[in-house]
Write a protein that binds this ligand. Structure first.
Ligand code: ZN
Length: 664
């Protein structure tokens, strides 16, 4: 694979004026997935996140809360860290701009700026008079044409701006137009996606204005040494976290390695802050004689149900609630799978639950459970014999199950997609493989191979390949769902260590290794519409059907009343697990999903069906039968089947039906 590269990756630092919202989580999960995927490539990665804690807003909020600013910052920063821990974010450093090492770093950068000359030989920093419409919430002066009239209202905050005049320090951005244009056009500073790059170049074409870098009247910040009643403004204070966190103040080894010496320095951000990150920040660094970022990637907005997220209207997505509902892995998966990173996309609860059930519970969950169940049954729960790389026997499943060479190709495609921040593309590549693997089980019918001792080699070769494919797919998913990967690896009898590049090689599983216990990965959940559908059609609402014509009644059978029939509770159920009842030829023990519950049902179908062949099938269950014991195994219900020549034929559905659906 590619050579070892040094890779520095940052999220924006988040402002502690409020607790984290889903947009923060989205960026941070993406950054974490990218960092993990680069580690999987063998790169030397450093992931930075943190909090921006200075400014007028924090002063105001702390005053309103009646507590010191630092206490407020400590509390909110802790909320961010707790959420990142919960989401499994593996950051290397959490920087806070109230840290001493940050303040010293900012002053070092400032010191360099004060002595710096622009490309045309003027002072990069000068004193000037600033006057304009100022939004205290944005902490920014607004251009007149940005404001909503009447009342000079900030469009982002729906509050009037204040006309403000003050003398402060300026950075001479206008002198860096040509330099910035050259950086961006040459790709030395790469801006993604393309649309954002064009936007930044458009801003340069309109002419860059100098910007103010200090503020009078603000106390909560880093005082300007030349004018201690001013503090350094956010562009110098906050943006510089990207270097101060690494120890810029002390020229620390980490700073030299991951900033100065890095092959890539990537900032991930929201598209609202590209101007500051793609123009102000590189110019500041360049003026100070510090290397600039190599790439900046702006993500799009999330909406919910087609509407803008907004606290005021209550259209919000609460990350903790999503986690409580379907777990961390599902949240990380959905956010990175559903939208195309860099574009705007719409969150709906229906899609969240839908993808969980189809992608995670059905596709991935079933694959893992079927593979492990078969190895448990046919190979005493141990990894079977490794087939030779050049198969001596021509095996008919060669095309179904990817050969090692193809696996290497797929791995490359997935890692390249991650590297391009195309998370959705990476996942869809993995899922097309999962679908192929599920299909290979159906095609190869290992339960048939198992009946014929002469085909033992074929069976073991198939199962070995299947397990290896499951293992590698799990490793490829690890940047997005590190928790699920570890659970799958544990079930495969592997150590619980985070995957590394050697785990992507073919043939890691050692024959004879005992598999771990099978645990349900992603239990299926009921969707809202399924629940509603059930509520709306209780038995009592059922219109009385017209009586069946006499001929339809079985010969000699006594006719029953509709009320008798209504006593039966027939429901659709999905078979989640199936295994033979030990010591019985006929009985299979099933775990079935009834929508709102999971049940164990014993069915006399073992002479007609192999257990693994019926996993995933939708069947009909008599759900209100009294529990009974068959061969000592408890059964809570009965599976409907027809009997033909002594063989059972399961009753199934002509179309897919959600588990739990009433049958009548
Ligand atoms: Zn504003």
């Amino acid at each position: 694979m590619s050579e070892r590269r040094t890779y520095y990756l940052t999220t924006p630092i988040y402002y502690v004026n409020d607790v984290p919202h889903v947009g923060h989580a989205y960026t941070t999960i993406a950054a974490d997935a990218l960092a993990r995927s680069r580690k999987l490539r063998g790169h030397d990665v450093f992931l930075l996140t943190g909090t921006d804690e200075h400014g007028q807003n924090i002063e105001r909020i702390a005053r309103e809360r009646g507590i010191p600013e630092q206490q407020h910052c400590d509390e909110i920063a802790a909320v961010f860290r707790r959420l990142w821990d919960r989401l499994g974010i593996g950051y290397d450093r959490f920087i806070r701009t109230t840290e001493d090492v940050h303040k010293r770093g900012v002053l070092k950068l400032w010191d360099r700026l004060v002595g710096a000359r622009t490309p045309d030989g003027r002072e990069a920093i000068y004193r000037g008079k600033y006057a304009g419409w100022y939004c205290p919430r944005c902490e920014a002066f607004k251009d007149e044409d940005e404001l909503r009239q009447p009342g000079n209202v900030c469009p982002d905050h729906e509050r009037p701006c204040e006309w403000t005049e003050e003398e402060n320090f300026f950075f001479r951005l206008s002198a860096y137009e040509e330099w910035l244009k050259a950086q961006i056009e040459s790709g030395r500073l790469r801006i993604d996606p393309e649309g954002r790059r064009n936007e930044v170049l458009g801003v340069i074409r309109q002419g860059l204005k100098d910007f103010s870098v200090s503020r009078a009247r603000v106390k909560w910040g880093i005082p300007v040494p030349q004018q201690p009643d001013h503090v350094l403004y956010v562009w110098v204070d906050a943006l510089s976290n990207y270097v101060t966190a690494l120890g810029f103040a002390d020229d620390a080894p980490e700073y030299r390695k991951f900033w100065e010496g890095a092959d890539e320095r990537l900032h991930m951000l929201g598209k609202d802050i590209i101007r500051f990150h793609c123009l102000y920040w590189p110019a500041i660094l360049h003026a100070a004689g510090v290397p600039v970022p190599t790439r900046e990637f702006a993500q799009g907005w999330m909406t919910k149900d087609g509407k803008k997220l907004s606290k005021t209207t209550g259209n919000v997505i609460v990350t903790d609630t999503l986690i409580d509902r379907l777990g961390v892995d599902a949240v990380r998966y959905f956010l990175l799978r559903e939208g195309s990173y860099g574009q705007d996309w719409d969150f709906t609860d229906k899609a969240f639950v839908g993808r969980y059930n189809s992608d995670l519970a059905n596709d991935l969950g079933n694959l893992v459970s079927r593979a492990l169940t078969m190895v448990g049954r046919y190979c005493e729960g141990r990894v079977p014999t490794k087939p030779g790389l050049v198969a001596a026997v021509e095996m008919r499943f060669e095309e179904d199950l990817q050969l090692p060479g193809t696996v290497k190709h797929r791995t490359g495609v997935v890692l390249d997609s991650y590297e391009a921040l195309d998370f959705s593309g990476a996942l869809s590549e993995i899922w097309s493989w999962i679908a192929q693997l599920n299909q290979s089980i159906v095609n190869v019918t290992p339960w048939e191979l198992a009946k014929d001792p002469a085909r033992r080699q074929e069976l073991e070769a198939f199962l070995y390949r299947l397990l290896e494919a499951v293992r590698i797919a799990a490793v490829l998913v690890s940047p997005v769902m590190p928790g699920a990967t570890l659970r799958i690896l544990r079930m495969l009898g592997q150590q619980g260590a985070p995957p590394n590049p050697s785990d992507l090689a073919w043939g890691v599983l050692e024959p004879g290794t005992a598999l771990g216990a099978i645990e349900p990965l992603f239990p299926r959940v009921e969707t809202k519409t399924e629940a509603e559908a059930k509520e709306k059609s209780p038995v009592s609402d059922t219109p009385v059907p017209t009586p069946a014509p006499p001929a339809a009644a079985p010969a000699g059978g006594e006719k029953i009343d509709i009320a008798d029939f209504a006593k039966l509770e027939l429901r659709a159920a999905r078979i989640l697990e199936a295994e033979k009842v030990p010591g019985s030829k006929r009985l299979i023990k099933l775990q079935v999903d009834l929508g709102d519950e999971r049940r164990q049902v014993v069915a006399g179908i073992a002479e007609s069906y192999e257990p693994e062949a019926i996993v995933g099938r939708n069947v009909v269950i008599v759900a209100n039968l009294k529990p009974a014991k068959l061969m000592g195994v408890e059964s809570n219900g009965m599976v409907l089947a027809a009997s033909r020549d002594g063989k059972a034929v399961l009753c199934t559905f002509a179309a897919d039906v959600p588990p739990g659906t009433k049958v009548k």
